[in-house]
Design a protein around this ligand. Sequence first.
Ligand code: 5AD
Length: 315
Amino acid sequence: MDEGLKNLVDRIECGDMSSYDDIPRLLACEDTDTAQYLFERADAVKRARFGDEILTRAIVEFSNHCRCLCAYCGISACNEGIARYRMTREEILASAREALDQGYHTVILQSGEDLFYTKEMIGGIVRDIKAMGREYPFPVAVTLSVGERDYETYRYWRQCGADRYLIKHETSDEALYNRYHPHSSLEKRLQCQKWLYELGYELGGGFMVGLPGQTYETLKNDILLLKTMKVSMAGIGPYISHHATPLAGSPHGSPELTRRVLAVARLILPQVHLPSTTALNLKGGKEAALSGGANVVMNKVTPLKYRALYDLYEP
Ligand code: 5AD
């Protein structure tokens, strides 16, 4: 084993900030024993904080309409080749009910950025699920993941009972962010995260690993940005290239590198919830992630007839 890198893992775990500059070296290293040591330490840190418990969350993907132009995403507004769907309020509540009946304590409502669902509609659905939750013998949390809206809307949804909000920074490289999100900017994205934190949401952030143009240095900054933004949860998943996007044909992000990034994130953010993301599960990386620092699994409970249409990335 490379003793220098092993020592680096120990220093990162101890919170020695001067070690962070060397994170790219650790992510890039070819020594599998060192990587194994990193996973073992991440697993130990996770167990010290969360024990053996793996938390599960239910996701309802209630609409694949999207106004955004994210260059990597299969449901972006520029993809005219897919069938679009919207679930009704009743369908969304039925999916939430099913999730709670199955024993899930958290329902995540996720969609493209679809302004068809007004502030009042989403607020009403949140209220209904929170009320439904009171019929169960456990506390029920509602997480929203519906993209960028204004401060007033976020405030209203919080008032309606939304507990958490998921909105990833996707990449901390500003030039890359702005290139892949021509409709928005990194500044705006981070503003949304700040508002949500200030409003008392538990903030979920995250980013993709292997996005074309990203470097190991970017990934280090991605991990540190999670800390700056005070996230409670971070979804870190591999980039998966999709044929109907401007980035078609680019290589997929590596599940192994994703696992290393997750493990380093666990060392730096011991108290943060780290899911094995659906993108990583798709690539068969779930078990490895859970033995290397991840402590949450997200499962889709979207009705089967809609599930294949929520095609952000293809299998
Ligand atoms: N590969 C991996 N993740 C993707 N997402 C969107 N498109 C892709 C892709 N091609 C992720 C983004 C977004 C979440 C809803 O899905 O991180 O935040």
